[in-house]
Design a protein around this ligand. Structure first.
Ligand code: NAP
Length: 271
């Protein structure tokens, strides 16, 4: 029987996930599909509840919070992040999980050899992606996470996650002086626009700078970090890192590490 999974979003045409999963499916010779499913928010709960014979779904904008609400069982990573990017369907019901944190930590490890244990991290932004990042960093052993956000109240809301300090941009000096890693989780920099006004010059010389934005791959923030000689990590590494555990959940096997999914994605991005 063909194993079916997919990504649900609105819109979803731009998603790179079918390319990534499709390449792994082909390499494994699986009788499987990975489909693009464009579902409007008003139809999302009914769509998910009916299952459609799918093994599971990746969930993208704007459904990540709604996906959590649809689940019968919520795994800790999804609960902490307040959002799910992975739903799996078993006879017992729908399970929600979040693999973005795994992707984030894998990207930091692969491209910068960075382990957050005992380190201070600074996350720029306080939206859904930032929340997941803060939870993952704390769960991986970070001693403290600064959250710097335009809207201070949203940064403060993340203090429930643990050792979090919140700051607005005007009072963020310590967040840059103390950080071992800076992660952009705002939407600033998307499409080549200006990145966040991060004073990278005041960070430690070995401070890792990561951008979750991957269109373009080299954002203005990463270009500035490179100019200053800081190690950098891009958002595509995170995207691929979150896809691996999803593939395992859908198809019951580890993706072939020999497949150059990064190369395929870079080509699709026009890089
Ligand atoms: P979101 O919930 O809409 O949050 C957006 C954040 O950006 C908020 O903190 C917001 O601040 C800030 N922001 C937006 N415009 C701003 C401006 N003009 N000046 C200052 N701050 C501004 O978005 P999200 O879902 O968390 O996603 C954030 C980014 O992460 C997106 O670019 C997304 O594509 C990326 N992402 C990448 C991956 C990956 O695998 N690489 C995974 C997940 C997300 P306020 O709170 O003040 O509005």
């Amino acid at each position: 029987m063909t194993l079916r999974a997919g990504v649900v979003g609105h819109p979803v045409a731009h998603s790179l996930s079918p390319l990534i999963h499709g390449a792994w499916i082909a390499a494994a010779g699986l009788d499987a599909t990975y489909e693009k499913l464009d579902v409007a928010p008003t139809d999302f709960a009914v769509f998910v509840r009916s299952g459609h014979g799918l093994r599971g779904l990746n969930v993208t904008v704007p459904h990540k919070e709604a996906a959590l609400a649809c689940a019968d069982e919520v795994r800790p990573a999804a609960r902490r992040a307040g959002a799910a990017n992975l739903l799996t369907f078993e006879s017992g019901g729908i399970t929600a999980d979040n693999t973005d944190g795994i992707g984030l930590l894998a990207a930091l490890r692969e491209q910068a050899g960075f382990d957050p244990t005992g380190k201070i991290a600074t996350v720029l932004g306080a939206g859904g992606a930032a929340r997941g990042a803060v939870a993952a960093l704390l769960d991986a052993g970070a001693s403290q996470v600064w959250v710097v956000n335009r809207t201070l109240e949203r940064a403060r809301a993340l203090m429930v996650l643990g050792a979090v300090k919140a700051a607005g941009w005007s009072k963020s000096t310590d967040a840059f002086l103390e950080a071992a890693v800076i992660i952009n989780a705002t939407t600033l920099g998307l499409g080549g626009g200006p990145g966040p006004h991060a004073p990278l010059g005041m960070t430690a010389p070995d401070c890792v700078v990561m951008d979750m934005v991957y269109k373009p791959l080299r954002t203005q923030l990463l270009i500035e970090a490179e100019r200053l000689g800081r190690p950098t990590v891009d958002g595509l590494a995170m995207l691929i890192g979150q896809a691996r555990p999803s593939f395992e959940a859908f198809y019951g096997r580890t993706p072939d590490a020999g497949v150059d999914v990064r190369g395929l994605a870079l080509k699709a991005l026009g890089e």
